[in-house]
Design a protein around this ligand. Structure first.
Ligand code: 1GP
Length: 249
């Protein structure tokens, strides 16, 4: 299997930190999604993620991804379930929700998705998805046992386990719209353990990042990537400040 997209992300990461803009295809619809992503591209975002926890309808998803592709950035699926797949994308975060208590999100959905992803010809990026604190809709739908904000050491050993099992991207998620982002200490400890183990997955954080200070704190703690979604919806003018603070803390 070719690993072009993963190689591209890894080479982007060697040059700079990576900002991802999350687009929810159902919330936005193709026209608004395109406009939002265009503003994000102009603000300096590097990659578009497309997905949502509920209500994703394949025709709308496909049309949205088709439109987003014309912006010239990689478009990667961030599926909540099988309905989050489309051959229009460049790739998919092929995720295990590492702290789910439901076997469906640990192995069941991946078995169902694998032959579909193969047939679609989109690149799977082996990803561990770890839900921290608030968790939001992703945590609820994924039957996660969110790791308490007060236990960054538990976040770190989840990240380590994910990387030891072969994930090339580790996504620490506080949940869309979280009142508090993933604590910097959890990022710092995760990075430290990964380095100690000689593993170097792309460490991505997201959820509840609304201002430059939070973005800077994530960067200084060792995040390679930052995902924002709500910000592009609610305060697009702030996005460029947040991206700049993440890339040059
Ligand atoms: C959700 O981490 C992403 O999966 C983005 O969260 O909407 O809070 O930016 P926000």
């Amino acid at each position: 299997m070719k690993r072009r997209l993963l190689e591209k992300l890894e080479s982007m990461r060697r040059k700079s930190r990576i900002h991802f803009t999350l687009i929810d295809p159902e919330k936005d619809g193709p026209t608004e999604a395109y406009e939002r992503a265009r503003v994000a591209r102009d603000a300096g975002t590097d990659v578009i993620l497309v997905g949502g926890s509920t209500g994703v309808h394949e025709p709308v998803l496909s049309e949205t991804v088709r439109r987003l592709k014309s912006l010239g950035l990689p478009v990667i699926l961030f599926p909540g379930n099988l309905n989050g797949l489309t051959p229009e994308a460049d790739g998919v975060l092929f995720m295990v929700l590492l702290n789910s208590s439901n076997p469906y999100y640990l192995a069941g959905v991946q078995v169902q998705a694998a032959p579909i992803v193969l047939r679609m010809g989109i690149e799977p990026i082996p990803t561990s998805y770890i839900i921290v604190g608030y968790g939001g809709a992703a945590g609820y739908i994924g039957r996660a046992k969110p790791i308490p904000y007060e236990h960054p050491e538990l976040v770190a050993i989840h990240a380590l386990a994910g990387a030891m099992m072969g994930s090339r991207l580790i996504y620490l998620e506080a949940g869309s719209g979280a009142p508090k982002p993933v604590p910097p200490e959890a990022i710092r400890l995760s990075k430290k353990l990964l380095e100690e183990a000689g593993l170097d997955p792309i460490l991505v954080v997201g959820g509840g990042v609304r201002d430059p200070d939070a973005a800077r704190a994530a960067a200084e703690a060792g995040a390679d990537g930052l995902v924002t979604g709500t910000l592009a919806e609610e305060d697009p003018h702030r996005l460029s400040e947040v991206i700049a603070a993440f890339k040059n803390p």
